[in-house]
Write a protein that binds this ligand. Structure first.
Ligand SMILES: [Zn+2]
Length: 545
């Protein structure tokens, strides 16, 4: 059997044909009304990189008996999604999803490590750590409150507050609920004056009035009291020898969040990226932004079933097995519950955009991509339904988006505000008179202006349609009012010349700077009559549908 496999740090969602070698560190069941009861796991590879994996309800029985705590396994063929939510058990950008066809094979143990990621209290308390990611901490319990019996969601539960310290006598508050509270309470009752060392695993960082502490996260968290971890032994030896004893303390108040809902989208406000990121209102906003990169971690298309339109999964013959060259590709449709071959590719694009206030990641679905690219996904793919082999090899129609500016209708969802989700969905590319607003920035700017990310396409070469100039050109954010104060005047000056040479209807409002998407008619190409006015080099182009 071939032994090749990928490390967890390298897996990306553009394909499912991965193979990893991992240790199962933790598993628990999770129930929501929408998903039913799923099997959740935390896996680690030999390098200590961890990932959250999930087996959905209808697959749990297939896999539950093959996945045991502390076992090492190969896992082959799986989906990856963004890790989202306020309770992410690992810092991995992605979460593994078992799919029909995922293979689990046992292998020899590679390491006895528990792969703890112990966080420094100071990093928790300073706010340096992302509060949406769960943390591990180790500490000696130095004060503890009463075990309180109370009600949460109409069910009786219990709660305990306590304080831990580290080897430097730094202190941190902790709160545990339910059986974990009882576990710690019991251990302290029975400690009889000896040190109580706890490892609190997969804990939630919470903040109240600027003070951060840790608490358990539903069923995900684990508590180990005086357990035989090597980490506990070395921690015990490093503790100050000042003979502290446990003392009781009082409970803290709690805080609740309230969502402000804005249903009025008749008159959608124009927002900057900074404003969108800081928004506390669910709703929609108009955003004028420039695409500076395509996130190639993700495939830019997915394959969907023609009968139900849902995403289907490639049926792989196995990463290490023979491939299916020459055979019509087969897919599994979860909705139709059958193998399908009648499929079609659709766009799903993660675009990195910017304006003068910041950067944002936008998710653009099929219809929007088709509009702004001017071509369907099957046409760009030339009929292929294969998985991507080289994610950095983007087709030209997609590369051409880089450097272009669009006015999008962007959704600000609850998850964006409350769950730390930093990807915003585009619901519409704003159209007027059959044209899409599209601006091209043709001025070269220093390299340092271009946000760079190793895996974001377009940061090296700039827009493709400028490659012929051989001049290195980069992208800078466009703020029509600030960067190009002449824009309004220029557009008005252009109005007469454009009207005379195009047949389209021009509807021009005076306040062009604020309402670009609604003021331009069919075809304006300022580069044609740029002359001395083209100082800033913003080319306005309206693509006719
Ligand atoms: Zn289907």
């Amino acid at each position: 059997m071939a032994a090749s496999f990928a490390f967890l740090k390298d897996v990306r969602p553009y394909k499912t044909a991965w193979r990893v070698q991992v240790k199962m560190l933790h598993s628990w069941r999770h129930y929501t009304q929408k998903t039913g009861e799923t099997l959740e796991m935390v896996l680690s590879d030999e390098l200590g990189k961890k990932i959250h994996a999930s087996v959905r309800k209808d697959l749990v029985n297939l896999y539950v008996n093959r996945l045991h705590i502390d076992d090492w396994v190969f896992i082959e063929n799986f989906g990856l999604n963004y890790a989202t939510g306020q309770y992410r058990p690992t810092s991995h950008l992605y979460k593994m999803a078992f799919i029909p066809g995922t293979v689990v094979m046992h292998c020899d143990p590679k390491s006895d490590s528990s792969f703890l990621s112990l966080a420094k209290y100071q990093k928790i308390q300073s706010g340096e750590l992302n509060p949406h990611m769960l943390v591990d901490v180790i500490g000696q319990i130095i004060t503890i409150g009463e075990l309180e019996n109370l009600e949460a969601n109409n069910k009786p539960t219990c709660k305990i507050d306590f304080e831990i310290r580290d080897e430097n006598d730094e202190r941190m508050a902790c709160t545990l609920w339910g059986t974990l509270a009882e576990q710690v309470h019991r251990a302290c009752e029975n400690s009889d004056g000896s040190n109580v060392i706890v490892i609190l695993r997969f804990m939630k960082i919470k903040a109240y009035k600027g003070v951060r502490s840790v608490t358990n996260s539903y069923d995900t968290s684990q508590v180990f009291v005086n357990s035989p971890f090597p980490e506990v032994d070395s921690f015990r030896e490093s503790l100050p020898t000042d003979g502290l004893v446990l003392v009781p303390r009082e409970r803290r108040p709690r805080m609740e969040l309230v969502v402000v809902n804005n249903e009025d989208y008749q008159d959608v406000p124009r927002r900057t990226i900074e404003e969108i990121k800081n928004s506390l209102e669910v709703g929609r906003a108009r955003l004028l932004c420039t695409i500076y990169g395509i996130d190639t971690d993700w495939a830019w298309y997915y394959i969907s079933c023609r009968s139900c339109n849902k995403k289907v999964n490639h049926i792989h013959s196995g990463v290490h097995g023979v491939n299916n060259k020459g055979v019509k590709p087969r897919f599994w449709c979860d909705t139709c519950k059958s193998v399908v071959t009648n499929v079609v590719a659709r766009f799903m694009l993660y675009a990195n955009v910017m304006d003068t206030t910041g950067e944002l990641k936008l998710l653009l679905f099929d219809s929007i991509c088709t509009e702004i690219i001017g071509q369907s996904a099957p046409s760009v793919l030339d009929g292929s339904v294969d998985e991507i082999e080289d994610p950095d090899n983007l087709p030209d129609p997609l590369k051409n988006l880089i450097g272009k500016t669009f006015l999008f209708l962007v959704c600000i969802e609850r998850a964006n505000i409350w769950d730390g989700k930093d990807i915003y969905r585009v619901s519409k590319a704003l159209l007027k008179h059959g044209g899409i607003l599209m601006l091209e920035n043709t001025q070269g700017t220093p390299d340092s202006m271009t946000p760079s990310s190793k895996r974001v396409y377009g940061s090296k070469d700039g827009p493709v349609d400028q490659a012929s100039t051989s001049k290195k050109s980069c992208i800078e954010p466009i703020d029509l009012e600030k960067v190009n104060p002449d824009f309004k005047n220029e557009a008005e000056l252009n109005k007469s010349s454009v009207e005379s040479k195009t047949e389209g209807v021009i509807e021009t409002k005076a306040d062009l700077g604020k309402n670009v998407g609604e003021t331009i008619g069919t075809t304006i190409d300022k580069a044609d009559n740029a002359g001395p006015r083209a100082m800033v080099g913003v080319k306005v182009k309206i693509e006719k549908k």
